[in-house]
Design a binder for this molecule. Structure first.
Ligand SMILES: Nc1ncnc2c1ncn2[C@@H]1O[C@H](COP(=O)(O)OP(=O)(O)OP(=O)(O)O)[C@@H](O)[C@H]1O
Ligand SMILES: [Mg+2]
Length: 570
């Protein structure tokens, strides 16, 4: 197979890895003096950089700077680079005085000028501890800009790389430096990491106790489970699985990963194949159809863009979050929930770094479903129209999120909101139609949907829906949301149990439905605003239904979509 055909077949993540590497090489070649590299894996990046440096023309030496040892030289024999060569004990100290970042930069300038003791040679200096140091003060910033000027014009090619998991170029020097966001291990890397971790585990084992390589199906599951992990996390996950069960077990790796996801402050929700949604037929069909675009067949077909996600607006309790869970479960993808507190840190600047880390991990976790609940709370005050005191931070996070949404491939975002007024007022950019594959409006359930929802919840409570008069229950639950119907079913069951532990009857459920005060009555102004907004903008989540029930909502304004959509005027 030629290189060319290989490229066409490659997954999107793989292409990104090559692109990023090519960009770094181009930056070094074109003598950009300072390059910021954001990467959570120092060691893996450094190893790759050593390989890159050898292939450059002229070949570059690679030196490191730390605030503990100053400038050091890795102990590399020939082309082989192992972890020990890049550890403090394996490296040779070249300038132990240059521990401060400023002295590190000075070392680079001296190298560039050819004024180092001994001969200067084309060099890349990787500064490992500068994420705060350089941005921290005027003096530091000045040294950075001095270095930029000197390195650009000096005779000996010298590049400084600022390496850290969270690094961002300081605002004042952003235009003059390069920036590269180094990706996490991709599928190909993961194959290598799995093999080398197994080798390491087998190294000290007797011949008869050697672990076999996992079989193809299991191997793919393990590799999938490791997506989004750093090389180190991945080998830890595998090592833990081996220690626990004497083999590499995909489920053990998956639960280890769930912990890692949680450590990042993200919520990882396991798929639940038994999850059922009543009604919302159009929305469900849309999700079922979108799934086809993630298949290898779609990738082979070529030219198809992966779906980015949907936005669901609707009343509280109508099954918006449930649809996100349904989507992940049906597709067999992990579901990751993002919320307000995860994206917004307490300090200025912290949020942006945190968001960048989260978004990068989401991308690496692809394919996955990302649930962004209550966007109106996350982004209120963030859009162009927002003017709150924390607007700056929120705006930055909001901007990052929108850019990510437009550029990412492989994450399917399900964003939901029920207070559309706030969202439209404070972050109107978010609900722009082109951001999402579709915008849905979820109304209160129709008669048919209420029957389905009641059946789902009766079944979930280990009773047979056919034993009850679903028409009567649906009739009694007019104006109730899915969540309220669920509460009524639960209440009916509790009532029957309290009443001498007998089995529930239709009458129990009907009675419970009649005694719930529906949200539509308690919050009708907000409900009305939501419906007004949805007109003409959204797809209806439910197929319109013929019904004789009269409209219930006083403020209802006739409109083709919404009117016929609810079929009941609610
Ligand atoms: N269409 C439905 N079918 C079955 N169950 C439903 C449906 N709608 C709601 N429910 C039940 O109500 C619960 C709450 O619904 P969900 O959390 O999805 O509402 P939501 O629209 O996200 O509300 P909010 O806007 O308050 O977040 C669900 O977990 C489910 O048990
Ligand atoms: Mg919700």
């Amino acid at each position: 197979m030629t290189k060319e055909t290989k490229k066409v077949e490659a997954a999107p993540v793989k292409k990104r890895k090559d692109e990023v590497k090519a960009r770094l090489i181009a930056l070094i070649r074109s003598s950009v003096p300072v390059i910021y590299v954001r990467c959570p894996e120092e060691l893996r990046f450094e190893k790759q950089l050593l390989q890159i440096a050898l292939k450059l023309e002229p070949v570059r030496l690679v030196r490191f700077h730390t605030v503990t040892y100053g400038v050091t030289e890795p102990h590399v024999k020939g082309k082989k680079v192992d972890d020990a060569a890049l550890s403090p004990t394996g490296e040779r100290v070249l300038d132990g005085q240059a521990v401060s970042p400023l002295r590190g930069l000075e070392w680079a300038m001296n190298n560039a000028r050819g004024s180092l003791e001994g001969a200067s040679a084309p060099t890349i200096l990787v500064m490992r501890d500068t994420s705060r140091g350089i941005a921290g003060s005027d003096v530091a910033l000045r040294s950075l800009r001095d270095a930029i000027r000197t390195l650009r014009s000096a005779p000996v090619k010298t590049t400084v790389i600022m390496l850290s998991p969270t690094t961002m170029p300081p605002d004042d020097a952003r235009a003059e430096v390069g920036f590269v966001d180094w990706p996490l291990p991709d599928e190909e890397d993961r194959v290598g990491i799995l093999a080398s971790t197994l080798n390491a585990a087998n190294y000290s084992r007797n011949e008869d106790r050697k672990l076999p390589a996992p079989e193809n199906g299991e191997r793919d599951k393990i590799l999938g489970a490791c997506a989004g992990l750093t090389a180190e996390q991945m080998s830890n996950a595998i090592a833990v699985s081996i220690a626990e069960s004497n083999r590499v077990d995909a489920d053990a790796v998956l639960s280890w990963k769930a912990e890692e996801v949680r450590k990042l402050g993200l919520e990882y929700i396991e798929p639940d194949p038994t999850l059922e949604v009543g009604g919302l037929d159009r929305l469900r069909k849309f999700l079922d159809d979108e799934r086809a675009l993630f298949t290898p067949k779609a990738r082979e077909y070529g030219g198809l863009r992966l779906p980015r996600g949907i936005f669901i607006a609707g009343l509280s309790g109508t099954g918006k979050s449930l649809c996100a869970r349904y989507c992940a479960s049906r597709w067999g993808y992990p579901l990751i929930r993002l919320d307000n507190s995860m994206l917004l840190g307490s300090h200025v600047g912290e949020s942006e770094a945190k968001t960048a880390a989260i978004l990068r991990n989401l991308t690496a976790m692809a394919p996955c479903v990302v649930m962004l609940d209550e966007v109106e709370k996350v982004f209120s005050g963030a859009g162009s129209a927002g003017a709150r005191s924390d607007g700056g931070t929120k705006r930055a996070v909001f901007g990052q999120f929108l850019t990510w949404l437009a550029e990412q491939e492989g994450c399917f975002v399900v964003a939901t909101a029920n207070d559309i007024e706030t969202l439209v007022r404070e972050a109107p950019e978010f609900v722009n139609k082109h951001r999402f594959d579709e915008i849905f409006f979820v109304n209160l359930p129709t008669l048919r949907e209420r029957k389905e929802i009641a059946a789902v919840h009766i079944k979930r409570r280990k009773r047979n829906p056919a034993d009850f008069d679903l028409n009567a229950i649906a009739g009694a639950s007019e104006n109730l949301s899915g969540a309220e119907i669920e509460s009524a079913i639960q209440a009916g069951l509790v009532h029957a149990f309290m009443d001498g532990g007998r089995e529930p009857t239709t009458a129990d459920f009907v009675y419970a439905c009649q005694h719930i005060v529906p949200l539509v009555k308690t919050a009708s102004a907000a409900v009305h605003a939501l419906k007004e907004w949805a007109k003409g903008r959204c797809q209806l989540a439910t197929t319109p239904e013929e019904t004789n029930e009269p409209p219930k909502d006083e403020g209802e304004v006739a409109h083709r979509d919404i009117e016929s959509g609810s079929g009941e005027g609610n």
